[in-house]
Write a protein that binds this ligand. Structure first.
Ligand code: KG4
Ligand code: ZN
Length: 349
């Protein structure tokens, strides 16, 4: 049997600096992830220049540490993969330049991985059963899309957000409610003891034809609900109820739009299709639970990567690199980092 491919993956597209060594037999040999939370927290969000500088300061050390933990030298790798976009350009440049330098010095193939493809394929790192095609709900800080994943590099977009991404709306609502940064996990915690039925918030796009999303009206509705509460007398219970009501509206919308996508998604081979949820918002327990029920009701097998693989990480980049390398899809060393890089464009490449 052929030796499994081993790839070093690098992630620097937002506020996590990551390096991971992953093998084609689905073994994560080593993984290092450094979050820049403390650097960005005083600003209430990610500051691109601070992020780029922090990636530059930490990436080399994280790569060294991951390689040591994996117990291999660069010469034993089959390729170097880095997020080539989309993302904050300064950070992407740091990761891409580092990966190119290692690839050039050690005469290894370089792979520029679309960050969204990293999320889209991450499920296959942990679940060998998830075969193409599968239906994917990709919900992160910058994206909210429903896709038919037909193969590596082959994505058919069924729907997407017309305005805010769902993670972005969690972050904005959390900020509005004074829950701090990062917003998603804080909002989920705040919602835990709240009454999801107290505020009658809208479910934008629910029941509409197609599979598109919209979240900006929901955010405005939360603001109006908050303003309707007695000023200066905002109780912890109000906050929990508002957070729970918002989360329930998001869950309803995600379920409604996913159900519409399930209706249009058909497997030609008659197999049981998989419904996969990935990206940072897939870490949310209420979202996962509802989508799991929905998948069961619609004859889909529900698969979600463990939460550590849902939020940004380098193992998913290494894995997407392995999948691309296996197909010979390497990139030239003059690849230019891409701040914008729609996933369905890969299908036309
Ligand atoms: O995939 P990701 O780590 O980074 C991007 O590629 O954007 O996703 C980050 C997003 C943020 O908006 C964050 O608030 C959201 O995922 N998120 C959550 C939770 N954990 C992270 N949203 C809701 N509930 C969570 N538990
Ligand atoms: Zn991401």
């Amino acid at each position: 049997m052929a030796k499994p491919l081993t790839v070093l993956g690098i992630e620097t597209s937002c506020d996590e600096t990551g390096a991971a060594v992953v093998r084609g037999d689905r073994t994560i040999l080593a993984e290092r992830l450094l979050t820049q939370l403390d650097e960005h927290a005083p600003y209430g969000g990610v500051v691109p220049e601070i992020a780029a500088r922090a990636h530059l300061s930490h990436l080399d050390g994280l790569i060294k540490s991951a390689m040591t933990a994996a117990g291999i030298g660069f010469g034993e790798l089959d390729a170097i993969a880095a997020t080539g976009g989309p993302g904050l350009i300064g950070g992407v440049m740091v990761g891409v330049t580092t990966a190119k330098a290692i690839a050039a010095v050690h005469d290894l193939p370089f792979l520029a991985v679309n960050h969204l493809e990293g999320h889209a394929l991450s499920v296959r790192l942990v679940d060998a059963e998830t075969a193409f095609p599968y239906l994917l709900l990709l919900v992160s800080g910058g994206h909210c899309q429903l896709l038919a994943v037909e193969g590596v590099g082959r994505y058919r977009r069924l729907g997407g957000t017309l305005d805010d991404a769902v993670g972005e709306s969690f972050d904005k609502v959390a900020k509005m409610l004074g829950l701090g940064y990062p917003g998603g996990p804080a909002l989920e915690r705040a919602a835990r003891d709240g009454d999801p039925a107290r505020f009658g918030l809208p479910r934008p796009m629910a029941g509409r034809p197609g599979c598109d999303f919209s979240f900006s009206g929901l955010k405005t509705a939360v603001r109006q609900a908050a303003e309707g509460l007695p000023a200066g007398d905002f109780k912890a219970g109000d906050l929990a109820d508002l957070a729970a009501s918002f989360q329930a509206a998001v869950v309803d919308v995600l379920a409604d739009r996913s159900a519409a996508a399930m209706d249009t998604f058909k497997r030609t081979d008659g197999g049981v299709p998989a419904f996969v949820v990935a990206g940072g918002v897939a870490a949310n327990k209420a979202v996962r639970a509802r989508l799991e029920t929905l998948a069961g009701e619609n004859g889909f097998r529900f698969v979600a990567p463990p939460t550590a693989l849902c939020t940004d990480n380098a193992a998913m980049i290494a894995w997407a690199g392995i999948e691309r390398l296996a197909l010979g899809l390497t990139d030239p060393l003059d690849f230019k980092p891409r701040p914008r890089w729609p996933l369905d464009e890969l299908a036309h490449a």
